[in-house]
Design a protein around this ligand. Structure first.
Ligand code: PLP
Length: 294
């Protein structure tokens, strides 16, 4: 990937009254080493991140991403992020993105072992070309997440509602999906409830109703899903957060995996069995998602 930009942040305390944080940013060569070997993000995946879609230099849904960053920080006992500082760094990165689609990543790590402070950085890079998958869709397999739907409340140290850097499990699930001849996975709980995909939220159409699993702490609150629901509502369609049994997915009238960079990928099959694709609605949804969204 041809990186455009990388900047290290000296994380400000959440009550820092400054109105400009320019002097807390150090732009670094995105191709050069920048982290200490003692970094706990690389040693333990002990940190959080956000991936923000950028279209023609416009960073999409910055506030929902910042809210989720703050939520993840709270779950992980990381210092409260100074949102104005992160907002300024995002604006700096977006300025470097130019035309086309790009991705800005925010990373907040526990820092260096025995070090005094967390480490934080922001990068920008061109996005992969997702134009085909938005039309051709994804074959998914359902994979047991190995926990029941009440695990998040019983074991908060699993950090299920946080977007942590520990994505090894998510990547393993995608590899397993590919071994099974599919493109992507959808996690289901051991008691048969639908969760989310390893890097996306799931939306189902059941008759005239659009549903997504309620973000009760077992899954991430998807910024793209929220945006898609706002658009569906504006079309006069009915959306709902609810507990969704896994058995609803293969029977859905349409389904999508939605995420910040790939946007809406229609699900074409579940565990090898085809499901209907609403090509027109998918095209319109992606058109909306590609427009400037605040
Ligand atoms: N769920 C998981 C586990 C994810 O990793 C992601 C995005 O990467 C999402 C859901 C979708 O979130 P968003 O729409 O904010 O990209």
């Amino acid at each position: 990937m041809a990186w455009h930009f990388a900047v290290m942040l000296d994380p400000a305390a959440s009550d820092d009254p400054r109105t400009s944080f320019a002097d807390t940013f150090t732009e670094v060569d995105p191709a050069a080493p920048a982290l200490s070997v003692g970094e706990l993000s690389t040693q333990r995946g002990d940190g959080i991140f956000e991936s923000i879609g950028v279209v023609d230099g416009h960073a999409q849904e910055v506030e929902p991403h910042l809210e989720r960053l703050a939520h993840s920080a709270a779950i992980c006992d990381l210092p409260v992020p100074h949102l104005a500082q992160w907002r300024e760094a995002i604006a700096l990165a977006a300025d470097r993105c130019g035309a086309g689609e790009a991705v800005i990543k925010l990373i907040l790590s526990r820092g260096v072992e025995h070090g005094p402070a967390p480490t934080a950085w922001v990068t920008a890079a061109p996005a992969a070309d997702n134009s085909r998958v938005r039309v051709d869709g994804v074959r998914v397999v359902t994979l047991d997440r190995g926990i029941d739907s009440a695990a998040a409340a019983r074991a908060p140290w699993l950090l299920l509602g946080a977007k942590t850097l520990s994505y090894a499990v998510n990547m393993a699930a995608i590899r397993e999906a590919k071994r099974r001849g599919a493109d992507d996975a959808v996690f289901v709980s051991s008691d048969g409830m639908l969760f989310e995909a390893p890097t996306a939220s799931v939306i189902l159409r059941i008759g005239d109703l659009f549903v997504t699993p309620a973000p009760t702490g077992s899954i991430l609150r998807g910024t793209t899903q929220m945006s898609a629901f706002a658009w569906l509502d504006a079309q006069g369609l009915v959306t709902e957060y609810r507990d969704v049994p896994a058995s609803a997915l293969p029977r859905a009238d349409a389904a999508w995996l939605v995420s910040s960079v790939r946007l809406a990928a229609p699900v074409v099959s579940v565990d090898g069995a085809a499901i209907p694709v609403d090509a027109d609605l998918t095209r319109r949804m992606n058109e909306y998602l590609l427009g400037p969204r605040d």
